[in-house]
Write a protein that binds this ligand. Structure first.
Ligand code: AMP
Length: 124
């Protein structure tokens, strides 16, 4: 559902109003473990600003911020996994987007673990 004008759940996590396991943070990006993990490593990476609803808006409006988000994903994959990862941006309700504050799902094996299952795409 599109924005209601209320702070998004991810803005509330960034403001520490809702608890989450935060695994990385920069001035403009925050990353935390997904509450319903779909892979051994499943991290939500999102800009602190809620002005972009999806990755298309972010790419058009602030490509440097999108690049920063990807850099955070890469760093986390190197730290939490083997450096290889899947990055999913659900874009639209019919493909599973439920939070309309742009975010990437970082999906990866744990540590040096085996390959990620093919079906693990971050939507249900
Ligand atoms: P999407 O369905 O692509 O919009 O992704 C939203 C993601 O946010 C889902 O994978 C949810 O499990 C996750 N999520 C929702 N609420 C929380 C929360 N409080 N803490 C961590 N992850 C959450």
């Amino acid at each position: 559902m599109p924005s209601t004008g209320e702070p998004s759940i991810f803005s509330r996590i960034a403001a520490r109003e809702i608890p989450a396991t935060i695994v990385a943070e920069t001035d403009r990006v925050i990353a935390f473990n997904d509450i319903a993990p779909q892979a051994p490593v499943h991290v939500v990476i999102t800009p602190k600003t809620s002005e972009y609803a999806n990755v298309v808006e972010l790419a058009a409006g602030d490509p440097d911020l999108l690049a920063e988000l990807v850099a955070v994903a890469s760093g986390l994959a190197a730290t939490l996994s083997n450096g290889q990862f899947r990055l999913v941006f659900n874009t639209g309700e019919t493909v599973g987007q439920t939070v309309f504050h742009v975010h990437a799902h970082l999906l990866a094996p744990q540590g040096a673990g085996g390959p990620l299952e093919e079906g693990t795409l971050g939507f249900r």
